[in-house]
Design a protein. Structure first.
Length: 204
């Protein structure tokens, strides 16, 4: 808690990959934690007697939560439940992509450990999920098509919310006068058609 007190004014402090109980998580949030990394993953599930980190995040309106919506980490029903529980304004869509994302199936490494990639699933040799092999656009598409979240809401969670959370919404996160013009054009099936960086179209 002393560490949180010392750094909270200069960085976004996140709670992640922890077995902390509800009271400990709430104490951390009260000291300045405003973010939960990879909600549901690498933490105990929410229990009606032991709500844990998930319950603490739900009860703390200043706390935002990341969701890895790659079709592997979280079931669509839980995605919908989380949107209902937290509200779209507190959810940040992420990919948790590792270095093999977009490459052929095979063996790669992550943090010095061998990883097997098959489709969008990346695992250690014992079957433990090791990050994701999915990009953020695929995650957004999954949230819309499989979890039934509106496109407008999903886009907000992938752009505006994270930009606000790390204090750069004055530069990116929406298409507005004076901001950096980074955006993609998509078709009705949510396929990327054009990509722009700083207002200039790039070839992808």
């Amino acid at each position: 808690m002393n560490f949180i007190d010392k750094v909270k004014d200069n960085v976004v402090v996140s709670i992640a990959h922890t077995a902390a109980d509800y009271d400990t998580a709430m104490e951390a949030i009260q000291h300045g934690v405003t973010h939960a990394t990879h909600l549901y993953n690498a933490m105990p599930p929410m229990n009606h007697r032991k709500p844990g980190v998930i319950g603490a995040v739900r009860d703390s309106y200043q706390c935002h939560a990341e969701l890895i919506c790659d079709g592997v980490h979280i079931h669509p029903s839980v995605i919908r439940a989380t949107f209902a529980m937290l509200g779209a304004g507190r959810i940040i869509l992420i990919s948790d992509s590792m270095r093999a994302t977009g490459l052929e199936d095979g063996e790669y490494t992550l943090g010095g450990q061998p990883v097997v990639v098959k489709g969008n699933l990346a695992t250690l040799h014992d079957g433990t999920i090791a990050g994701s092999a999915t990009n953020l656009m695929d995650c957004l598409r999954y949230v819309v098509k499989k979890a039934g979240i509106s496109l407008e809401t999903a886009v907000m969670c992938a752009t505006e919310n994270p930009a606000k959370e790390i204090g750069i919404y004055d530069k990116v996160g929406s298409i507005s006068v004076g901001k950096q013009a980074d955006f993609v054009l998509i078709d009705e099936e949510l396929n990327i058609k054009r990509v722009y960086i700083d207002g200039k179209e790039i070839i992808c």
